[in-house]
Design a protein around this ligand. Structure first.
Ligand code: GLV
Ligand code: MN
Ligand code: MN
Length: 417
């Protein structure tokens, strides 16, 4: 095809990213951001986005859980559409680029294509997925899980937040109504889906490359553990008598780290990022500890094998310390392979723009992991400074954003022609 000549307005995009970052519940000012799904802040951010979509002449549809679709109608609107997009929720004390680059960058890609005079044959949607981050309900990608059937409406509706309120209650309090089944996508909805995202790792920056074309997305699992021992007075109970739940949990955390280090797969990573100690008093022996495990690998079978070994190790440590351990697998998703046609389109776009690029895997998960179940899917990465993400100092430059948006736009143009 003949590629359109684009002018990406990076300054406008940066100012929109900065404005979006002001919708935050973080105790620190932007660029530190906290934006949890279905809070007032999330709703205000959604209103801001809606204004931008409408100003760009897009038609907005919101589904029963708040997934938002801003459509640029093609000349043959009855054809399956092309989708792009990402998320705008942000984990506590994080940065202003994770996810937002895919939503506002997707919008800027459409505006740049419109300015160039390009006319898509297929409609193009910018999708904003509800709750990619697991902060509130323990499981990430709730919007795309529902859309793709990776989670049933019943499973989703029953998820609870820390206050014990169900997903179903929280979404309707936030103003999102309708049957959850109506949010499920049929396989004809999208002929292609492509997500623009910061790399969240250091490889592109280290190599001086502008674009990563993703070929596969790693398989994530989330597991909750609960260790129950016996509490008591920190002065009165002598050491040999103790059944300290935190000391046992500490051994489990170290065993998890060891098993991950010893894994035959270099891509396997394990993180214990949350630990809740009960009763949590300086002079009280911990009687109960809950902790979370985040375990990922590009090789789903290896991930499952390591999970089995972790569970066996935790059981053994518990027996040796006379405490109980139980676990619950919240999700254990298979990896996704990106569609060759989309990979090729993104490679051609980067080549056309003269941008140094590489093919790579995504170690983070994304809504694309689930979109891949209902549509041919791909992802485009841009570098971020120091590979830093999920931190306030997450940063990608206006030039890097411009390259990513231009690559996305030319990819969309091919897929929508
Ligand atoms: C998504 O934010 C992830 O944790 O990979
Ligand atoms: Mn994230
Ligand atoms: Mn993200």
């Amino acid at each position: 095809m003949e590629f359109p000549t684009l002018q990406v307005d990076a300054a406008q995009l940066v100012s929109e990213l900065e404005q979006l970052a002001t919708y935050s519940d973080c105790s620190e000012p932007p660029p530190a951001v906290t934006r949890v799904v279905f809070t007032e802040t999330d709703l205000r951010a959604r209103d801001y986005l809606r204004g931008l979509y409408e100003a760009a002449g897009l038609t907005v549809r919101v589904d029963a859980v708040g997934n938002t679709f801003a459509r640029w109608e093609g000349t043959e609107p009855e054809l399956p559409a092309v989708g792009t997009g990402s998320h705008t929720d942000a984990i506590p004390h994080s940065g202003m680029y994770d996810g937002t680059v895919g939503v506002l960058g997707g919008l800027e890609a459409i505006r740049a294509l419109k300015r160039s005079g390009f006319q898509p044959r297929r409609s193009i949607d910018v999708v904003m997925f509800t709750s990619e981050e697991p902060t509130r309900f323990g499981v990430g990608c709730t919007g795309s899980r529902l859309m793709s059937g990776a989670m049933t409406p019943e499973e989703l509706a029953g998820l609870q937040d820390e206050a014990g309120t169900t997903y179903d209650e929280v979404r309707s309090q936030a103003g999102f109504e309708g049957e959850l089944t109506s949010a499920m996508l049929d396989k004809e909805a999208y002929s292609a889906f492509v997500e623009l995202h910061i790399e969240q790792g250091p490889l592109l920056e280290q190599a001086g490359e502008a674009i990563g074309v993703v070929t596969a997305i790693a398989a994530p699992a989330t597991v909750h553990f609960e260790v129950t021992g016996e509490g008591g007075h920190a002065g009165a109970v002598l050491m040999p008598m103790r059944r300290d739940a935190l000391a046992a949990a500490a051994g489990m955390v170290l065993a998890i780290e060891r098993l991950a280090l010893d894994s035959s797969s270099p891509d396997l990573v394990a993180t214990v990022g949350e630990l809740d100690v009960h009763p949590g008093a300086v002079n009280s022996i911990p009687s109960r500890v809950r902790f979370t495990l985040d375990l990922r690998d590009i090789d789903g079978e290896n991930r499952d094998d390591v999970l089995d070994s972790i569970i066996a190790a935790c059981t053994q440590i518990a027996a040796g310390r006379r405490v109980e351990v139980s676990h619950k697998v919240l999700n254990a998703d298979p990896p996704a392979v990106c569609d060759e046609r989309i990979v090729d389109a993104a490679l051609q776009a980067a080549t056309k723009l003269g941008l140094p690029h590489r093919q790579m895997i995504s170690r983070a998960y994304h809504d694309s992991l689930f979109m891949a179940r209902v549509a041919p899917t791909g992802m485009i990465f841009i570098p971020c400074r120091g590979g830093v993400s999920h931190r306030p100092d997450e940063y990608t430059s206006p030039e890097q954003l411009e390259s990513g948006v231009a690559t996305l736009a030319l990819t969309l143009a091919q897929l929508a022609s």
